[in-house]
Design a protein around this ligand. Structure first.
Ligand SMILES: [Zn+2]
Ligand SMILES: [Zn+2]
Length: 276
């Protein structure tokens, strides 16, 4: 990329961060209640909403990760094992990853709308659940590192939704958000549509140290993202953070895919086939 292109890219990213801070600021005053009086997922009329504009039935379709989960990436497991196959077979640069819910049903719809339909309405509830999990798991970090998006993707979606989540979490956890410590070095293909190892390769070499990387020296970073699928992205970010001197790298996401271990036949493995 030439100098002019880099300046333009930086300007776009700076604008996205400003926007995210502004949104997070205003959302801390607003009360979550959809104006239409209808559930945001199924559109049924509701008298009251206690969870991000979802009716009781839709809220019931959100599955918390409370059973057996991988002790590294936190994805739900059904097999009697401590680690999922991906964590056993691949080097993971993060120390631990935790997610609130299984990436399916209403939780998946919340993320999709938040991410693609520019409905940041959901962010506040997501941040609340993530903060609760952070404390429940006894995590103790010193800085938030949002999973970085390229200026091109931010332009496509209309905003940097992860920066909005990071800002809202920053208020709840009393941690600073360090932008531009880990940046996207070159634009990769969108992760959606890629499977398993293809994803791993797609993120390799994509993340690199940014101008604020020195702020991670000695830090225990909390990498924030909306969903964890294979964990390849989180691991790549953690690798850069540790290269910048971070002492620890933890990952917190709103949802994660299931990881089915089906040993003897070639049945699909849910987590690896997930597309976002
Ligand atoms: Zn509903
Ligand atoms: Zn795992």
């Amino acid at each position: 990329m030439n100098m002019k292109g880099q300046t333009k890219e930086k300007r776009r990213l700076r604008h996205a961060i400003k926007w995210a801070k502004r949104y997070a600021f205003f959302s801390s005053f607003s009360v979550i209640s959809p104006a239409r009086g209808r559930c945001l997922i199924c559109s049924n009329e509701q008298e009251s909403f206690d969870y991000a504009g979802l009716c009781g039935e839709c809220k019931g379709k959100i599955t918390p990760i409370i059973g057996r989960a991988c002790e590294k990436c936190g994805r739900p497991l059904i097999a009697e094992e401590s680690y999922c196959e991906t964590c056993r077979e691949h080097e993971r640069h993060f120390d631990r990853a935790f997610s609130c819910f299984v990436y399916e049903g209403a939780a998946r719809m919340m993320i999709t709308r938040f991410k693609y339909a520019k409905e940041p309405f959901y962010a506040r509830q997501m941040a609340e659940d993530m903060a609760e999990l952070y404390y429940a798991k006894g995590m103790s970090c010193t800085a938030i590192v949002p999973s970085p998006s390229s200026a091109e993707r931010i332009k496509e979606r209309g905003y940097d939704h992860i920066a909005v989540l990071a800002e809202l979490l920053s208020k709840r956890l009393h941690l600073p958000v360090v932008y531009n410590a880990v940046v996207k070095g070159k634009d990769n293909k969108a992760q959606a549509g890629l499977k398993g190892l293809e994803r791993e390769e797609n993120v390799l070499g994509v993340y690199e140290k940014g101008e604020n990387a020195r702020r991670l020296k000695g830090a225990r970073v909390l990498i924030v993202d909306d969903v964890l699928t294979t964990g390849a992205t989180a691991s790549a970010i953690a690798k850069v953070a540790k290269r910048a001197g971070a002492k620890g790298a933890y990952v917190l996401t709103f949802a994660s895919t299931r990881y089915y271990v089906v040993p003897k036949d070639d049945q699909p493995r849910g987590g690896e086939r997930e597309e976002i």
